[in-house]
Design a protein around this ligand. Structure first.
Ligand code: FES
Ligand code: FES
Length: 182
């Protein structure tokens, strides 16, 4: 068998015990950080507890609710993922965009966020950054999604408050706004 070189950047530290820590570079919402974390810590924990980035929410912590969704480029081109499932050291050298990267730099809401407000698709809000992140990714790649495509794109996101009708309606509204059909 031919040895395959690991393309990931060097990670300082060891993984030979439960208390071992690793130190690595991570760019979050355009800001470069050097992070030291336990080797088995999740990217979600690094974002929230070590870097104070509170947009991604802790829901199930098991990849089942989507509250922790972020867009991340971990050397694979970038896509939306559940940050609770990513071991922190796997993100070494990576780039993460949270909900803070979706709105304008002056705090202005994005078109998707505006649509969520207009359609009443937000109640307690714990799911909202995950839904907006997934919906934004959908509309960035498919500006005219069918209802079925919207439901499929949001399949990994759970909401206990609103029912899903208003959320789907919000994505449809945002899509119409982007296309100039509103
Ligand atoms: S907190 Fe990550 S999927 Fe629920
Ligand atoms: S608004 Fe509360 S879980 Fe969705």
């Amino acid at each position: 068998m031919t040895a395959v070189e690991d393309p990931r950047p060097e990670v300082a530290g060891g993984t030979d015990g439960p208390d071992s820590s690793v130190t690595f570079a991570l760019t979050v919402d355009g800001t470069a950080h050097e992070v030291t974390a336990r080797w088995d810590e999740s990217l979600l924990t690094v974002l929230r507890d070590r870097l104070g980035v509170r947009g991604p929410k802790t829901g199930c912590a098991h990849g089942r609710c989507g509250a922790c969704a972020v867009k991340a480029d971990l050397g694979d081109g970038g896509h939306v993922l559940c940050s609770c499932l990513v071991p922190a050291a796997t993100a070494a050298g990576g780039t993460v965009e949270t909900i803070a990267s979706i709105g304008g730099p002056d705090g202005a809401l994005s078109d998707v966020q505006e649509a969520f407000l207009a359609e009443g698709a937000v109640q307690c809000g714990i799911c909202t950054s995950g839904f907006v992140t997934a919906a934004t990714e959908l509309l960035d790649t498919n500006p005219d999604p069918t209802r079925t495509e919207i439901e499929a794109a949001l399949y990994g996101n759970l909401c206990r408050c609103t029912g899903y009708g208003r959320i789907v309606a919000a994505v449809e509204t945002a899509a119409r706004t982007r296309r100039g059909d509103a």
